[in-house]
Design a protein around this ligand. Sequence first.
Ligand SMILES: Nc1ncnc2c1ncn2[C@@H]1O[C@H](COP(=O)(O)OP(=O)(O)O)[C@@H](O)[C@H]1O
Ligand SMILES: [Mg+2]
Length: 240
Amino acid sequence: MENIIEITNLTKIYKNKIKALENINLTINKGEKVTIFGPNGAGKTTLIKTIGMFIIPDRGKIKIKGYDTQKEEKKIKKMITISTANERSFYYRLSLEENLKFFGMLNNITGKELKKKVEKGLKEMGLYENRKIKYMEASTGMKRRLNLARALIKEAEIYLLDEPTNGVDIETKIKIYEIMEELSQKGKTIILASHEVSEIEKTDRIIVLKKGKVVADKKTEEILKKTTKENEERLLELIK
Ligand SMILES: Nc1ncnc2c1ncn2[C@@H]1O[C@H](COP(=O)(O)OP(=O)(O)O)[C@@H](O)[C@H]1O
Ligand SMILES: [Mg+2]
């Protein structure tokens, strides 16, 4: 199998001295569907954002398809797309539709294709009816869904999804899982950060983070048992 992400000795210490990631070593193969699992504060978002090149590590290295994230950012940008809970990166006075259009254009999507993709994204995320609402007037759930629509409008090889189903309704949740499955069928690599036990089964591999360290790295089938209760117990055992 071809490895697409290679992380070596990755450490991130925030200004307040919190060690969010400590000496992480991981290899992720092309086409893998991975959950980064762990409780709040485990370092999931920091890891996703470091892979996504929003955070510069203090030590260590990430290579994506052989390119170094700290040296060849431009080359890597095209290969990845990221959805995080960051709300500050949208235009507050623009509508949901206009925001999506704008970010589509930033990814060099234009004309009819842009129109089609924006419409598809809004519909998929259940935002079409509310597309004219200004971002600042949208609900939290709408903002979250728009964030995901923005990540998905870009054609990439690696999809970094930080708790994409957090705060969305059940219908959207199911849609998100469907989209993940479609992407996976196309051979895309998916990295999902989650603390929801029920979400684990949507991916093939679980990397468990605890206080910035990898404490387990397993195939999903090794972890999952028949009942949700048993699964929960097993997962909780890992982060104890
Ligand atoms: N910008 C920041 N400045 C300082 N500390 C941070 C910052 N972001 C996260 N942290 C801290 O780093 C740790 C890991 O956070 P995070 O990566 O958000 O974890 P998770 O996504 O698993 O909840 C936590 O202790 C958190 O408080
Ligand atoms: Mg997080």
